[in-house]
Design a protein around this ligand. Structure first.
Ligand code: ZN
Length: 336
């Protein structure tokens, strides 16, 4: 989520305050994407990542917490790219690399319209260096950081100026798509993805990802508009016990019937984007590891840790591999 559209109770941080916050994919989506990507990794990486899977899962939402709770001014624009505001007709014509974009746009412009693909590129450089240095804490920290931004890039509305349908009378579509629907229908999702491929050109791959996502903006908003025309204001919005509309700051909160109808109209778009996030994330992790010299990750953990986790690992990996399910999202039963 971007630009202070949503909130969280911040229970994850042990705080009882409510604040504006920006979740992309909601915390449900970010956590599922990061966790599933661990199982998609090749044998040489999977056991190490599994030893730290709860850290990676829980930390997947931290960049959103950082931007709102810590109000880090640099954080917000890392989560999106308002493609239309760059006034470049084809995504192929964007300045692709970090040095290139800095030559063309100043920090004020990029703070306003977003920095997402260039931030992914920067993180990939750092993660590659962390593998080269066999720096365990950096590998884990940067792996979880990348998980967040790669997931954000697959949310089509993170690539558009009309990010909340605010330019087309569809306010609230952002959180409806990414935060409300996935937990409602996620039991049916298949989290198993193909083994990662090595990315020979990371910059190019990142921009293809942005392009694929951006191409879904119109179908997504068109689908919502079709559903909108079938509902009236009585049935469209969630209401409290007194019959008043539930609001989320200035955004309406939509009824379950509306969310269900929108999800149906979208077909498999949300699950497809979530699965693509998982696959692409595993490709980024794998590529950074290869470019970092394919270090032996088993040396970074005490073998006893891997042994202690073996039973849970087998159970979780089997469920993912055979049925595409994540069975240990809620409990934290393994040793870390
Ligand atoms: Zn985000």
């Amino acid at each position: 989520m971007k630009k202070k559209l949503l909130y969280t109770s911040l229970l994850a941080l042990g705080l009882s305050i409510v604040t504006t916050i920006a979740w992309a994919w909601g915390s449900w989506g970010h956590k599922h994407i990061a966790r599933a990507a661990v199982f998609a990794l090749p044998d040489s990486m999977r056991l190490f990542y599994y030893n730290h899977i709860d850290y990676i899962t829980e930390r997947a939402v931290e960049p959103d917490v950082r931007q709102s709770l810590v109000t880090d001014k640099n954080e917000g624009p890392r989560h999106f790219l308002d493609v239309e505001d760059f006034k470049i007709n084809n995504i192929a014509d964007f300045p692709k690399t970090y040095p290139e974009v800095l030559k063309k746009y100043d920090s004020t412009f990029l703070s306003k319209y977003g920095f997402l693909p260039w931030h992914i590129e920067n993180l990939m450089d750092k993660l590659t260096q962390a593998f080269k240095r066999k720096n365990k804490s950096s590998i884990l920290f940067l792996s979880s950081e990348i998980s967040h931004y790669v997931a954000d890039a697959h949310q089509p509305l993170h690539t558009s100026s009309n990010y909340n349908g605010q330019l087309s009378g569809q306010n609230g579509v952002h959180s409806l798509w990414e935060s409300a629907i996935p937990p409602m229908f996620g039991d049916q999702y298949n989290f198993k993805t193909n083994p990662p491929q090595y990315i020979s050109d990371v910059t190019n791959y990142t921009w293809k990802m942005i392009e694929q996502s951006h191409n879904l903006v119109k179908p997504l908003l068109d689908a919502e508009m079709r559903v909108r025309q079938k509902f009236d204001t009585t049935s469209m919005y969630k209401r409290d016990a007194n019959g008043n509309r539930v609001k989320f700051y200035s955004d309406p909160v939509y009824s379950d019937a509306y969310a269900t109808a929108f999800n149906k109209e979208l077909g498999t778009m949300i699950e497809d984007q979530l699965r693509l996030s998982i696959y692409d994330l595993s490709c980024y992790w794998y590529t950074a590891w290869v470019n970092g010299g394919s270090p032996d990750l088993t040396q970074l953990d005490d073998p006893k840790l891997t042994t202690r986790n073996h039973k849970n690992y087998k159970r979780e990996y089997k469920a993912w591999k055979k049925k595409g399910k994540l069975v240990n999202m809620a409990q934290n039963t393994k040793m870390d």
